[in-house]
Design a protein around this ligand. Sequence first.
Ligand SMILES: Cc1cc2nc3c(=O)[nH]c(=O)nc-3n(C[C@H](O)[C@H](O)[C@H](O)COP(=O)(O)OP(=O)(O)OC[C@H]3O[C@@H](n4cnc5c(N)ncnc54)[C@H](O)[C@@H]3O)c2cc1C
Length: 428
Amino acid sequence: MKNWSTYIEWNPQEVVYPESEQAIQACVQRAIQDGKKIRIIGAGHSFTPLSKTDEILVSLDQYQGLVKVDKETKQATVKAGTKLFTLGDLLFEQGLAMENLGDIDRQSIAGTISTGTHGTGLDFGTISTQIRAIRFVNGKGEMVSCSEDENPSLFKSAQVSLGTLGIITEITLQCVPAYKLALQNRKEPLEAVLSSFRQRCEENRNFEFYWFPYTQSTWTKSSNIVTNEADKNSFFNYFTEYVLENYAYKVLCEIAHAFPSQNERVAKISAASIANVKKVYHSHKVYATQRLVKFNEMEYNIPIDAHEEVLKEVVRLVNSKRFNIHFPIENRVVKGDDIHMSPAYGRDSAYIACHAYSKKDPLPFFKALEEIFRAHGGRPHWGKMNTLKTEDITQLYPEFGTFLQHRAEQDPTQLFLNPYLKTLLGLA
Ligand SMILES: Cc1cc2nc3c(=O)[nH]c(=O)nc-3n(C[C@H](O)[C@H](O)[C@H](O)COP(=O)(O)OP(=O)(O)OC[C@H]3O[C@@H](n4cnc5c(N)ncnc54)[C@H](O)[C@@H]3O)c2cc1C
């Protein structure tokens, strides 16, 4: 098995693809009987060894689809293995949509929420905040349900759990009526975008920007709901999104990899090729972009008010240290929440994400940036590379103790922990 970026490889004894909730429960009960450990995988799009195991790996690829939809409350219960691209279409058929999403739609819904995956927008929390109820099989082989009314504290731990409470089987989402988004991509100067980031986020439903290393250029993306605009998705859009951002970019990545001194030039060429593009379409098709060039990623959540200072430090560091990287650095915002292990716990947040081509060792670059993020109270995205230790989690997450208590109650024999998670959670 390999994760999406191919950075993490492992060799499970057995990969199980249950097709029903009963089969998922039976798989857990069998593992308990046989004294085996289980890890769960969604779409393998995390950059950390969350799913690594040499024992049983459970995939819910054969357990996808809608369970039920309540048109009045606009709540949809979905099978946990459902991929976001399938979910978007299924909800759309019901006249519904998710209120916000991240950059891609390849992940499973359970994998998405388990690491606190997010999009951008001051009015939107991580995708975990869109959940109203969760059902899972715990480490004792029991079915457990939780929601804001039923076991509310357990629910707050289950909303972002890194797959350590059990196998999530069903998720109830609060949806909204289907809507169209108009997305505007622009090239804009860094200084102006950085100093007005908060304002731009207030003016647009979803706003984010990418800064290109060694340049003064950013690529801004703003989207807003439209009701009367005709669909717009020209061949030029397709060409820039699919061909330039993927195939042409892949060639540039290979050149920069073969000739490291060319990274700066590649960053400048990429910045120069940003096109002003407008797209109008159904929301789930607008959020999602194609990511065919493989990279590794680290992303940190920082308090929103620290964003300008932190990014200025990042810009200074990258421009002075010349790490031989060229991927643009992504900046987004997320509303604070009350989910125990959510990086956005208790604070409106900005997220800064850095990427390195998959063939390159990302660690020197990531570690240098991580020091800046950590100095500002940064909390990592759980699915992305980081060097956080248990002591850091204890200090950064006020409800970490509550989370550990729920974990111990739901999985007393540590059926769902691998060595990485044991060390991370201080249970090794
Ligand atoms: C190209 C790319 C783009 C990305 N864009 C974004 C973005 O825009 N925003 C963002 O926040 N993140 C983004 N990510 C990160 C990604 O969303 C997260 O890593 C997400 O967790 C991956 O989902 P997955 O289905 O692949 O889960 P996996 O990576 O396979 O698993 C993630 C976690 O979920 C657990 N899990 C999976 N299924 C279950 C289940 N049924 N029950 C219990 N636990 C389960 C796993 O054990 C693991 O701990 C991106 C990643 C890539 C590779």
